[in-house]
Ligand binder design. Sequence first.
Ligand SMILES: Cc1ncc(COP(=O)(O)O)c(C=O)c1O
Length: 375
Amino acid sequence: MELLRAEGLERPDRVRSGRQGREVVLDGRSLVNFGSNDYLGYAGDVRLTKAASRAACAEGFGAGASPLVSGHSQAHAALEAAVAHLLDVEAALVFPSGFAANTATIPALVGPGDCVASDARNHASIIDGCRLSRADVRVYPHRDMLALETLLAESRAERKLIVTDTLFSMDGTLAPLADLCAVAHRHGAILMVDEAHATGVFGARGSGLVEAASCASGVHVRVGTFSKALGAAGGFVAGSSHLIHWLRHTARAWIFSTAHPPAVAAAGTKAIELLAAEPHRRCELLATAAAFRDDLTRQGIPLHGAAAHIVPVVAGRAEAAVALAGRLAAAGMFVPAIRPPSVPDGRSLVRASVAWHHTPNDLERLAAVLLQARS
Ligand SMILES: Cc1ncc(COP(=O)(O)O)c(C=O)c1O
C-alpha cells in the first residue's frame, strides 16, 4: 500500500447515493455525471425496475442454484432468446457478469498448445481469460493488423483464437473489424469480440459494432454486457447453437456459479425491448459524442484515435490525472481519473463517458474546463 500511495495509485472509497443519471451524488455531492457506463440512461429507468420487480414477485429474488442444477429460470431463458434475436444469431448464454463471460469462454475455446492473439489494450477480463486458458498468449500492439498477421503466420498451433474488444474501454478506439475478419479467415483462426461498451449503442438494431460494420458472418463468438448501455447487469456470449451447447459443458464460471437473479435477467430483457422502441437514444448519443469530440479536436485537445462516446483526455502521470479530475469536480463535473493498471504507466487520463441524457451545455462546460485545465 505504501508503494501504491507513493505512486499516486491509492483508490478512493466513493459512495454514491440515489441512482445513476445525468447527475450523480458522490459522497454527498451532486455532480454532472461523466463517470458511468449508463450510456442510454436506462440504469435508473423505472421501466427496468418494474420489470425486475415483476420477475422477483413471480420467481423470487435469488436464483438459488447454478444454471445446470435448477438456477436457470424462465427469466434467463427469455433473456437468452432476446439476445439471440437482437444479434440475429442461433443462441446465447447469459453469465452473472461480462467479466465472467470472458474468463469462462476463452479457456473453453483454447488450451495448452493452442495460440491466442490478444490486442494490447484488451479489457482485464480478456487478459485473465487468456491466462486461465494456459494457451500460448501473444499480445499484439493495439489494432496493429500487420503484427497480428505476422504472429499468426509464425504460430505452429493448430487452433488459433483472436480476441479483441470492439470499442476499447479506456481509449475509446474501435477495433478494425473488417480487417480482423479477413485475417482470421486467412489463418483459420476463431474470432472472438467483446462488445461490452458497444452493445446497445451501435448498429441499426443496437446490437453493437459487428452489426454496424456488417461483419457478423466473419465473427464466431460475440460477448456483450447488460451492465453498461442496457442499464441492468450480467454478460452474454452469443453465436452458433454448437458454440453455446459447448459452453454449457465447459464454461466454468457459468457451470460453477449461481445464476444471477431472475429479476436482473428480466431487467435486461426489458432494456433490449427498449432498444427496439427507442432507437433515437443511440442516434442522439452518437451525434452528441461526435460533436463533443469535434469540439475538443478544434480546441487542440488530442483524442488519440477515440471515435465513440468514451472520450479520454490523457494527463500523463497518475497524480496529473487525479489533479485534473479534481479540477473538473471543483467545476461540478464527475470525470474519473483512470490510472494503472487500467492504463499503461505514464498514460493516466480522465475518461469522459458521454451519455444520452447529457445536454449540449454540459458538454460545452466540460470542454471549456478541460481546455482551461490544460493551458
Ligand atoms: C471490454 C469489457 N469487457 C467486459 C467487462 C466486464 O463487464 P461487466 O461489468 O458486466 O462484468 C468490461 C467492464 O468494464 C469491459 O469494459
